[in-house]
Design a protein around this ligand. Structure first.
Ligand code: ZN
Length: 77
């Protein structure tokens, strides 16, 4: 699977995690998958509000190690 498809798959998984974490008035922190597209295994702990803020800005969820490694940035869709 190429990096772009992997990143969008992980984005869908993260959306499901956010739905579950933010449902019914919950605001539980959850571990989201790093969306760098490299299947790096990175996890990012976010509360649903922080996750929604990233989504509103159109930014991917990136583990700290991947933020520091530009080569692993997601490819443009
Ligand atoms: Zn990553």
């Amino acid at each position: 699977m190429d990096a772009g498809r992997l990143a969008s798959l992980f984005r869908e998984v993260n959306d499901r995690i956010a739905d579950l974490a933010g449902g019914d008035g919950w605001n539980a922190e959850s571990d989201y998958l790093c969306e760098c597209g490299a299947d790096c295994g990175g996890r990012v702990t976010l509360d649903p509000a922080s996750y929604e803020a990233l989504r509103r800005l159109g930014k991917p969820v990136l583990a700290p190690a991947c933020v520091r490694a530009p080569a692993r940035r997601p490819l443009a869709a």
